[in-house]
Design a binder for this molecule. Structure first.
Ligand code: NI
Length: 264
């Protein structure tokens, strides 16, 4: 069985003492690839470095809405250059976060729209972060044609109707470790409603640790608990969930084996 963790933050300091061991453990426990996500300038540099070090680790680069206040022409230039590296498979995570509001809404909107434009000019898919901002995120995604080269709503937090709208705009829906929580009824409903061909799985590690490790640090090896929860909810064999989500992730990020297939 080969799983892909479509969203990890391997560069963060929670992994400073045992990063290599965490990455190796994922491989030995059936994770064939990991996409590690940069959320700011320094994090993007670190994510790219990790991806370049491991053949089966890929990077997505972007400025997270929390860091939108630091968006500038220089940051854009850095991203445009760095995203041309062969191990970079997407722009993200980008979007809106009206839950924590660590940047002003105006800065978030500008940073989001500019990065969608950059992704399209680079012909890259986008990884969308949407927290407490469903309506406006969807409006911007629609207006900017963000799904032109594909994309995913990571850590999906809406209902089944919203998932349908995202799929209609050309996006995948990514399911995090919270799906293992008994009280996550909204997410359970989404998993039951969305066909397997539109689902991705992720850890968002070191955050959102699934049961049975809830409360501890999360890591890519635990993505199997997400796959198991989906299999239980959909009453499907685990192998079928693994096969489909891996196929979807490879298609979205144009991964083939250990290499990215560059578009013709
Ligand atoms: Ni994340």
């Amino acid at each position: 069985m080969g799983l892909i963790d479509s969203h990890a933050h391997l560069d963060l300091s929670e992994f400073n003492t045992d990063r290599d061991a965490v990455i190796k453990r994922a491989r030995t426990e059936g994770v064939v690839s990991i996409v590690t996500i940069g959320i700011g300038l320094e994090e993007c540099r670190a994510a790219l470095q990790i991806a370049q070090q491991w053949p089966f680790v890929y990077a997505a680069l972007g400025i997270h809405p929390h860091n939108a206040g630091r968006w500038s022409a220089q940051v854009r230039d850095f991203l445009e250059h760095a995203a041309r590296q062969p191990k970079v498979v997407a722009l993200g995570e980008i979007g809106l976060d009206f839950y924590r509001n660590r940047s002003s809404k105006e800065d978030q909107r500008r940073c989001f729209r500019d990065q969608i434009g950059l992704a399209k000019s680079l012909k890259l898919p986008v990884i969308i972060h949407d927290r407490e901002a469903h309506r406006e995120t969807l409006d911007i995604v629609r207006e900017e044609h963000a799904g032109e080269y594909g994309g995913v709503f990571h850590c999906f937090s809406g209902d089944a109707a919203l998932a349908r709208k995202c799929i209609d705009l050309g996006f995948y829906i990514s399911i995090p470790g919270t799906v293992t929580f008994r009280n996550a009824s909204l997410l359970h409903e989404v998993v039951r409603a969305v066909p397997l061909e539109y689902l991705l799985i992720e850890t968002d590690c070191p955050f959102l640790t699934p049961v049975p490790f809830r409360g501890k640090r999360n890591e890519p090896a635990y993505v199997r608990y997400v796959a198991e929860a989906i299999a239980a909810l959909k009453q499907l064999p685990l192998e079928e969930v693994a096969y489909a989500t891996t196929k979807n992730t490879k298609r979205l990020f144009r991964l083939s084996g250990d290499e990215r297939i560059t578009s013709p």
